[in-house]
Design a binder for this molecule. Sequence first.
Ligand code: DC
Length: 223
Amino acid sequence: MKKKLVIAIDGPAGAGKSTIAKIVATELKYIYIDTGAMYRALTWKALETGTSFQKPDDLTRLARKTRLTFRPKNGVFHVLADGKDVTAMIRSQQVTSMTNTLAAVQGVRRVLRDLQRQMGRRGGVVMEGRDIGTAVFPNADLKFYLDASPMERARRRYRELRAKNERVSLRAIAEAIRKRDFKDRTRGISPLRVADDAIVVDSTRLTLDQVARVILEKALQSE
Ligand code: DC
């Protein structure tokens, strides 16, 4: 019988993690888990309930009592917070800029880490985020760290937002990415870093499909 792997994909914003993780999960018939969406959904809930971002204990309490669920619907990964579908709302600029603050709270990270371990305990998952190979599944069967130059990542985000008819400037996106990179890499708890045993893939000059092939090849060898 084939082994059902835990595949961890980490890396900075805009490196193509979601697109690639989805392709890999679909091909392997695995479950795809976007952990960034979990941090975003809690951020949305904190904004919605007026929870102070200056109070770590309140944010931790909110993380403990909010029920996060996921539902694939027509190929889209839907996120529900206490039964409410927040899939679209969690991509707003406001949520994007506040998620970093919530994600730096140790208690919140503990709650989400336990939930993520629970979701991946039977294997057969592709989980993407910032700390999957380092903190959530240090014993993952396969770990990848996806990267791309900051300018290429900004260009990808720009094209994505323009396709949705959002009025944005490439410069503003590049600046936002630079700030997020800095915060993700320098926070005290579970910062973004390359796990010692991770395979680093630089996608600056590769298509996302080519990167997915690299991962799939390794996965098929390891199953
Ligand atoms: O991947 P994303 O842009 O949806 O992630 C949103 C934020 O959540 C990002 O700024 C960092 C945080 N995050 C995290 O701290 N740990 C994870 N495993 C996933 C995301």
